[in-house]
Write a protein of this length. Structure first.
Length: 148
């Protein structure tokens, strides 16, 4: 069963995503305006994650984040985070340090390599950012798919 995610009417948040039909996987990202408050509860034996410890309230006084990336393809999907950083830095999103912007984007991945062993490429991020503000169709394997 497929579910639509209609335009979200929550100020300060945007959603984007990409589904790769050939790989039966994809990614979804929630982008956040600052300031915001974020946190996490993490469980499980082998979480594939990135920067999750920054959500711990003991690690930094500003709990704001610039986005959350949820992806398939296990740790290979987490490699997409460098493209997310590049995009957000180019739009001056993140913590400002001197003349630089450092985006804070925690990420988590699911293991879906058992379907096929193909790994994602930067096209996922490029296509995802083009979908900001569109209506989504959740694919049968869980990640958001843009409705044409």
């Amino acid at each position: 069963m497929q579910t639509k995610i209609m335009e979200m009417g929550i100020d300060g948040f945007s959603i984007c995503g990409y589904t790769d039909i050939n790989r039966n996987s994809g990614m979804t990202m929630l982008l956040c305006d600052r300031p915001n408050t974020s946190g996490i509860f993490q469980s499980g034996g082998s979480p594939a994650s990135h920067e999750i410890s920054l959500l711990n309230s003991n690690h930094r006084p500003d709990y704001s984040i610039d986005g959350i990336l949820m992806t398939g393809r296990s740790v290979f999907g987490l490699a997409l985070i460098s493209e997310v950083y590049r995009y957000l830095r180019n739009i001056n999103a993140g913590s400002r340090l001197d003349d630089n912007y450092i985006p804070i984007v925690p990420a988590a991945a699911i293991y879906d390599l058992d379907v096929n062993g193909e790994i994602p490429d930067r096209e996922w991020i490029e296509r995802a950012f083009k979908t900001i503000g569109k209506i989504y169709q959740l694919a049968h394997f869980g990640e958001a798919q843009v409705q044409q």
